[in-house]
Each structure stands twice: as structure tokens, then as C-alpha cells.
Design a protein around this ligand. Structure first.
Ligand code: NAP
Ligand code: MN
Length: 272
């Protein structure tokens, strides 16, 4: 099996990466940074975002495995002290491959069209002032937005930025996009829905810039500033990301453990 490791760069993650390479060599796994079948991300969810974008051109041929060296992650199943167990299972078993939806945008400027994929979300924000944009859903005007910005998240990204702006948490089996507002201004001219909306796979939305404005576009952890964005078209991507699962860890358990933090008295309903 061909594998690559991406680590967060801190000393614990780096030493675990070394340990993984040693154990993997004993099992005769082949390290291949250019064409891996499995990519092991050691660090946090941010590390997995880096790994995803590093291998984005081969996303259909790669399965990710996350090891967390900080708090529990949404994209990580394994803890720092479980590296031996992980390598042993990789040597013994075929994993279950779980596929999560991605978001796609087509960025239009007067001079070019670019496509991007995101695992968590895209955001569009004003830099020198508020963002002023018309939002169309399926080519029909939906609303005129003025405010700090818009978050377009994937289901697995719904627990990240989207959650901070009041969006709903969406199970990754629901192929959809969520459009959430960041501090919209509501008055006679600009009126937005106020709540976030979810689009199914076969719908699209356009965010059309309504004035000359410098905008910040983020694609997961990557940020781009441009003054010439005409519009962005957002949809559920046709490609998906794959995760290799060697043991079950359900999405709702992750949500509960990350955000609710009940102790073992969980069933009693008391908070620790
Ligand atoms: P960061 O500022 O270090 O990350 C922000 C936090 O988001 C970290 O705790 C990160 O976990 C966590 N996170 C990432 N993906 C997640 C997911 N799918 N579900 C739940 N939590 C998640 O930046 P980063 O590590 O490069 O990550 C970039 C992400 O940060 C963006 O995609 C965006 O979702 C998020 N972000 C959130 C806000 C906000 O909530 N106001 C603002 C900007 C960006 P780790 O510590 O495990 O990396
Ligand atoms: Mn981070």
C-alpha cells in the first residue's frame, strides 16, 4: 500500500509522523508522497484541510485517515497513542471507505473563470466595507445582500465556520450546500432571509457583486483578495472526498463529544 503523511509541524505531530513511517516500513507499506493511496493527517482538522488541498488533483484516488494530536477532530478518528493500532489495522484489514460531499465554485472575473473545491466552506467578505451582492438561486433573484459576508459550507464543514454564524449542522450523507449569512444589514433596500438555507445537489446559487469592491474569498484555510470578482457560482461538487474507516465513529458522536462535553453521567443529563 502506498501512503503519505502530512503533519501539523509541532513536535508531537512530527514525532508521531516519524513513528508512523517506522511502523509502516516494518509492515512493508510504501511511502509515496506523489501518488499515495492513503494520506495520514497528523494534527488537527486544519491539518486535514492542508492534506486535502495538497492532494486535490488526485482526490478520487486518495483516502484520508486523521490522527488528532490536540482536541478531538471532525476529520480525525485516531488519538496520538493509537498509532501502533492504526498501522496494525491498516496491515490487516480493508477499511470501509466513507465519502463526503464537497462544494465547488466557479469564480468569474472579467478576465478569467476559475474553479475551486472546498472541504469545509467558501466565504466571501467585504474588505474595505460591507459586501454588497445579489444572490440568485437557480438563476432567479433571491435576495439583495449587504453585510459582512456569506458562508457556503459543505455538510462536513457545517460544524466549522457555518456553526459559528448560526447555521445548522448537516449530516454528511445529505448531499447539499448551506448558505449562511455573516451579519446582514436589513432595511428597505437590503433584505435577506436571515436564516441559512440549504440547497440540494442539483441546485446552484450565484453571488453577484453589485459594486466595485475589494473582496476576500476564502477556500477552507486559503484566502484570496481580489477587486475584480464579478460573481461566484456555488454548487455541490461532482467529486467527493474519501475517508478510510477502520472502526466506526459516528458523526453524531463527534458532534456530541466536540460540542456538548458530557461526562460519563451523560445518561443522567447532567453536565460535568
Ligand atoms: P483555525 O483558525 O486554526 O481553525 C479554526 C477552528 O476550526 C479550529 O479549532 C479547527 O480545528 C476547527 N475546524 C476546522 N474544520 C472543522 C470542522 N469541519 N468542524 C469543526 N471544527 C473545524 O484555521 P484552520 O485550522 O486553518 O481551519 C480553517 C477553518 O477554520 C475554516 O475552514 C473555517 O471553517 C474555520 N474558521 C472558523 C471561523 C469561525 O468559526 N468564526 C473563522 C475563520 C475560520 P483544529 O484545531 O483541529 O484545526
Ligand atoms: Mn487549526
Amino acid at each position: 500500500m502506498k501512503y503519505a503523511v502530512i503533519d501539523r509541524g509541532d513536535s508531537l505531530s512530527q514525532s508521531l509522523a516519524q513513528k508512523f513511517h517506522q511502523l509502516a516500513a516494518e509492515k512493508h507499506f510504501v511511502r509515496n508522497d506523489d501518488r499515495p493511496e492513503f494520506v495520514i493527517s497528523i494534527g488537527g482538522d486544519g491539518t486535514l484541510l492542508h492534506a486535502f488541498h495538497k492532494y486535490i488533483d488526485r482526490i478520487a484516488d486518495v483516502a484520508f485517515i486523521g490522527v488528532h494530536t490536540g482536541h478531538l477532530g471532525f476529520y480525525a478518528d485516531w488519538q496520538a497513542d493509537e498509532i501502533e493500532e492504526l498501522v496494525a489495522m491498516m496491515a490487516l484489514e480493508q477499511p470501509r471507505i466513507v465519502r463526503y460531499p464537497l462544494a465547488e465554485i466557479q469564480l468569474e472575473t472579467p478576465s478569467e473563470t476559475n474553479h475551486y473545491l472546498s472541504l469545509n466552506e467558501f466565504t466571501l467578505k467585504g474588505v474595505d466595507g460591507t459586501l454588497v451582492a445579489q444572490i440568485n438561486i437557480n438563476d432567479e433573484m433571491f435576495e439583495m445582500f449587504r453585510g459582512d459576508g456569506i458562508v457556503i459550507s459543505t455538510p462536513s464543514g457545517s460544524t466549522a465556520y457555518n456553526k459559528s454564524v448560526g447555521g445548522a449542522i448537516v449530516h454528511p450523507s445529505i448531499e447539499s450546500l448551506q448558505i449562511a449569512e455573516i451579519a446582514s444589514i436589513n432595511n428597505r433596500v437590503y433584505r435577506t432571509l436571515g436564516s441559512s438555507v440549504m440547497l440540494p445537489q442539483h441546485h446552484h446559487c450565484d453571488i453577484i457583486s453589485k459594486k466595485e469592491q475589494k473582496l476576500q474569498l476564502t477556500i477552507d484555510h486559503v484566502s484570496i483578495m481580489r477587486s475584480d470578482i464579478s460573481s461566484i457560482r456555488c454548487s455541490v461538487a461532482s467529486r467527493k472526498v474519501s475517508f478510510a474507516r477502520y472502526r466506526p465513529f459516528t458523526f453524531w458522536n463527534r458532534v456530541r463529544e466536540a460540542f456538548l462535553d458530557y461526562d460519563d453521567d451523560r445518561n443522567s443529563g447532567k453536565r460535568s
